[in-house]
Design a protein around this ligand. Structure first.
Ligand code: PRT
Ligand code: ZN
Length: 292
C-alpha cells in the first residue's frame, strides 16, 4: 500500500507544533519503541523524528517525501547543495517565526551596512548569509560556527554575527545590536519535487487539502450577533474577511441575527466597531474543522 513519510523535529522549538498539526489533520500514530519512527494508523502517513538540520537533506536524498522545517534551514541546505529547485515549499505553517539578522557589538558606531565590507561575520548559516550579503553587494569573511554564535564578537573571533532572533533577548544579553534583518523565516511543509509516484501524489493531495482546511480553520472565527436590519451593510463591511453573512429574523423583534465565518483574525477593535453601529450579543467562536 502507498504510504508517505514526513520528517519532523524530534525535540526542539518546532516539535510540538509540528505534531499537533499532523494530529489536527486526522493522523494518529503507533509509536515505536525507539521513538524515531511512528507508524500512521488511520491515514497512511508515517513520521520520522530527527534533528531539524537533517530534514532538508533527507528530503533531497529521498528518505522521506515530506518534512516540516524552518525556512532558514531549508534555504541553507538548498544553497549549500546548490539545488534550489529540488525542495518544494508546499505550505507555510505560521509557527516557528524568527528572523536571520546581522548584529554588531552595541558600542560599534556603524550606521550603514557597507561599513561591514571585508569584516568577519560569525554564523551557523554560512551559505544563506553569504548569499543574502552578496545580494546586498557586501563581501565579507564568513566564520562558520555550529552554535553560541552570539559570543563570537566578545571572544574576538568575529566582528559581527548573522543569527536567528525572535525576541532579541539573547542579543541584548550579549551586548549586541540588531543592524539589519536579512531573512524572515517560519516553519513550512516541504516536499520533494521529483521522484514521487502518481499514487503518492494523490495521497499528498489529500493530505494537503486537510492541511489547508486546518490552517484556514485556525485563522477563521465564527461570529454571531444581533443587529438592527438597517445596519446590515455596515456590519458586513466591518466583519473581517466576510462577503455574504447568513441573516435570520429574530422572533418578536425587528432586529436580525447575523452569522458569518470571518476569514481573517477578529480583534477587540472589530467588536467595538460592530457594537458602535448597533450590534449586540456578539459571540466569537473557534472553527474546529473546515472543508471548502
Ligand atoms: O536539535 P535540533 O538540531 O533539532 O534543534 P536546534 O537546537 O537546531 O533547533 P531549535 O529547536 O532551537 O530551533 C528550530 C527552529 O526554530 C529554527 O531552525 C528556527 O526555524 C526556529 N526558531 C524560531 C528559532 C528561534 N525562533 C530562536 N529564537 N531558532 C532559534 N532561536 C534562537 C535564537 O538564535 C537565540 O539564540 O533562540 C535564542 C533565543 O532567541 P531570542 O531572540 O528570543 O533571545
Ligand atoms: Zn538544529
Amino acid at each position: 500500500m502507498t504510504r508517505l513519510r514526513v520528517a519532523i523535529q524530534k525535540s526542539g522549538r518546532l516539535s510540538d507544533k509540528s505534531l499537533d498539526l499532523l494530529k489536527s489533520c486526522g493522523l494518529s500514530f503507533a509509536r515505536s519503541k525507539d521513538k524515531l519512527f511512528w507508524y500512521g494508523r488511520d491515514f497512511p502517513v508515517d513520521v520520522l523524528l530527527v534533528r531539524d538540520d537533517d530534514i532538508p537533506r533527507m528530503l533531497l536524498d529521498g528518505v522521506c517525501e515530506l518534512g516540516i522545517v524552518g525556512e532558514n534551514i531549508a534555504s541553507e541546505v538548498m544553497l549549500e547543495r546548490n539545488s534550489k529547485k529540488d525542495l518544494n515549499c508546499l505550505r507555510k505553517l505560521g509557527f516557528g517565526r524568527c528572523r536571520l539578522s546581522l548584529a554588531i557589538p552595541e558600542e560599534l558606531e556603524i550606521t550603514s551596512l557597507s561599513e561591514l565590507r571585508g569584516k568577519r561575520i560569525a554564523t551557523s548559516y554560512p551559505a544563506l548569509t553569504r548569499h543574502l550579503l552578496e545580494k546586498l553587494d557586501l563581501r565579507t569573511e564568513i566564520v562558520e560556527l555550529s552554535g553560541s554564535v552570539e559570543i563570537a564578537p566578545g571572544l574576538g573571533t568575529a566582528d559581527a554575527i548573522s543569527d536567528l532572533v525572535s525576541t532579541g533577548t539573547t542579543l541584548r544579553a550579549n551586548h549586541l545590536r540588531e543592524l539589519e534583518v536579512l531573512f524572515e523565516s517560519e516553519a513550512a511543509l516541504y516536499g520533494r519535487v521529483n521522484g514521487i509516484s502518481e499514487a503518492k501524489q494523490q495521497l499528498l493531495t489529500r493530505l494537503l487539502a486537510r492541511l489547508e482546511g486546518v490552517m484556514q480553520a485556525r485563522e477563521c472565527k465564527y461570529v454571531m450577533l444581533h443587529a438592527p436590519r438597517e445596519a446590515l451593510e455596515k456590519i458586513t463591511q466591518l466583519l473581517p474577511g466576510v462577503e455574504h453573512p447568513s441573516i435570520m429574523p429574530l422572533e418578536g423583534s425587528d432586529r436580525i441575527a447575523i452569522h458569518a465565518v470571518c476569514g481573517e483574525a477578529v480583534f477587540w477593535e472589530h467588536l467595538e466597531a460592530l457594537k458602535a453601529v448597533g450590534a449586540s450579543a456578539i459571540l466569537v467562536l473557534p472553527v474546529e474543522k473546515m472543508l471548502a
